[in-house]
Design a protein around this ligand. Structure first.
Ligand code: AMP
Length: 174
């Protein structure tokens, strides 16, 4: 790996509410050579995977997914919160700590590509990524893998995804 991510990623305690320690990745993005090295490291982590489309989860996932897609020469597909995508959508509901949330994908998202890498900044409980994998499959995508910059291992999100696909992350917090 090119960067010492644990030194670079900023912990913001009690954001958006206690007791969450928010992993703020903007400290990596704001330095030109760090942003580039980070995308290079993420690409390196999936160099054995055969994908032609990168799906990003709103909103920080877009930053990493679109840069990886561009560097690889792959397509980019967004998964967004309910009500943001303009065309016909598929929708998936998932559990949050309190209540539920919904994410959507365009129903024709995989008209030109099918081999999908799912990307987000942080894997926490895995609820969002699991719902995203389900949307990808319903839309006709073949999930090749899921990639995260940060994995909060103590929340066990990986266990929700591992029966679906290969799960990789660059920085793990126990
Ligand atoms: P989850 O569904 O619990 O895996 O949460 C995933 C989404 O919430 C991801 O899109 C993350 O960006 C965000 N997230 C959850 N926990 C954190 C955290 N401690 N720091 C930063 N982002 C987080």
């Amino acid at each position: 790996m090119r960067l010492d991510y644990k030194k670079l990623i900023r912990d913001v305690p009690n954001f958006p509410k206690p007791p969450i320690i928010f992993k703020d990745v903007t400290t990596v993005l704001q330095v030109p050579e760090y942003f580039k090295a980070c995308i290079d490291d993420m690409l390196d982590a999936v160099k054995d995977m055969d994908f032609d489309c990168v799906v990003g989860i709103e909103s920080r996932g877009f930053i990493f997914a679109s840069a990886i897609a561009y560097a690889k020469g792959a397509a980019f597909v967004p998964i967004r919160k309910k009500g943001k995508l303009p065309y016909r959508v598929l929708r998936e509901e998932y559990e949050l700590e309190y209540g539920t949330d919904e994410i959507e994908i365009h129903e024709d998202a995989f008209k030109f590509t099918k081999k999908v890498l799912l990307v987000d900044d942080v894997l926490a409980t895995g609820g969002t990524a699991k719902a995203a994998l389900s949307l990808i499959k319903r839309a006709g995508g073949e999930v090749k893998g899921a990639l995260f910059l940060v994995e909060l291992e103590f929340l066990n999100g990986r266990s929700k995804l591992e029966n679906e696909c290969e799960v990789r992350s660059l920085v793990k917090y126990q």
